[in-house]
Write a protein that binds this ligand. Structure first.
Ligand SMILES: [Zn+2]
Ligand SMILES: [Zn+2]
Length: 347
């Protein structure tokens, strides 16, 4: 076993602090990854603070992992020492249910094994990427193409796939009008990817504060939702709306922006229930849907797509000692657009 440096939440309220954790021995199908960068996702904060259910402490979070293969098990065929690789939100699944067999491990009937805070096959609790190394079974490790730097690739492993998957599933592309609600970590990736897919992209944000950024990232249009005329002017416009906002919004007002047959897909997860008026759907054969990350095969497709189109996340690289401050800034939406921890600073 390998004892490695990490930053952990000691409980639901205290700041993260330096610690060491143990990584399992590299088994026949395992890959040992020397982590270079770990992105900071809002889910890390929700989970560490027990907001999505009780957590086991100390907990090391982080599911946007980019690094280099340091060692492989005797049976590993997919990766070699020195390969640039990534790990996202899952590190295993049952591999035999209908969804696993279809390459949609995120929907595993028995529940996928999350990168942190999940019960692993050996009964231990998984620990995530705010650490120097991780051991992961080869099938849940993806290849990061050479065209992508590791720091800007890290956030693709959650924010990238979370937005790529619904854009892909609902056929964003030439001739399609796509709206992205919220320009944060997820939203900025949705804009870049939808634009690269060839769609006409609009950002729907509370104010015009980030308009310049939105247009630079690839949006064709930018609208303020605080302005009521936006909802009148854009009625019946969009084929697809990707909602990245985790706060309560007036869903029916947004459904009014969909064209006939359009879909509004939620990737943000507000804690409260959202009220949907059935008439807002019936009148235009509209859908109100959700989407959860993507399967391993699709995650690889997303990385290859991003490499081909020169898409990385817009990142602010930080030292690990800045992580508590960075979390406060994530909660204040004060980041453009993703913090990435340089794990070399873990020593
Ligand atoms: Zn995430
Ligand atoms: Zn399964």
């Amino acid at each position: 076993m390998l004892t490695v440096n990490a930053y952990a939440a000691p409980n639901a309220t205290a700041p993260l602090e330096p610690t060491t954790i143990v990584r399992r021995d590299v088994g026949p199908h395992d890959v040992l990854i020397d982590i270079a960068f770990a992105g900071i996702c809002h889910s890390d904060i929700h989970t560490a603070r027990g907001e999505w259910g009780p957590a086991k402490y100390p907990l090391v979070v982080g599911h946007e992992i980019a690094g280099v293969v340091a060692e492989v098990g005797s049976e590993v065929t997919k990766h070699r020492v020195g390969d640039r690789v990534g790990v996202g939100c899952m590190v295993n699944s049952c591999r035999e249910c209908r969804y696993c067999l279809a390459g949609e491990e995120q929907f595993c009937v028995k529940g996928n094994i999350g990168t942190y805070g999940s019960k692993d096959v050996d009964g231990t609790i998984t620990q995530g990427g705010y650490s120097t190394h991780v051991v992961v079974t080869e099938d849940f490790v993806v290849r990061i193409p050479d065209a992508l730097e590791l720091d800007v690739a890290a956030p693709l492993l959650c924010a990238g796939i979370t937005t790529f998957s619904p854009l892909h599933h609902w056929n964003a592309g030439p001739g399609k009008k796509v709206a992205v609600v919220g320009l944060g970590g997820l939203g900025h990736m949705a804009v870049k990817i939808a634009h690269a897919m060839g769609a006409e992209v609009s950002v729907l944000s509370q104010s015009l504060k980030k308009q310049e950024d939105g247009l630079r990232l690839g949006a064709d249009h930018y609208y303020a939702t605080a302005d009521d005329s936006t909802f009148e002017d854009l009625a019946g416009t969009f084929d697809l709306i990707i909602n990245t906002v985790s706060a309560k919004i007036d869903v029916n007002a947004y459904l009014g922006l969909l064209a006939v047959g359009g879909a509004m897909v939620n990737v943000g997860a507000p804690p409260e229930a959202l009220a949907v008026n059935a008439f807002a759907l019936i009148g235009g054969r509209k859908s109100f849907a959700g989407s959860l990350i993507g399967g391993i095969r699709e995650t690889q497709e997303m990385l290859d797509f991003c490499a081909e189109h020169g898409i990385g996340a817009d990142v602010e690289v930080i030292s690990v000692v800045q992580v508590n401050e960075a979390w406060e800034r994530v909660l204040a939406s004060d980041v453009r657009y993703r913090f990435v921890i340089d794990t070399a600073t873990l020593g």
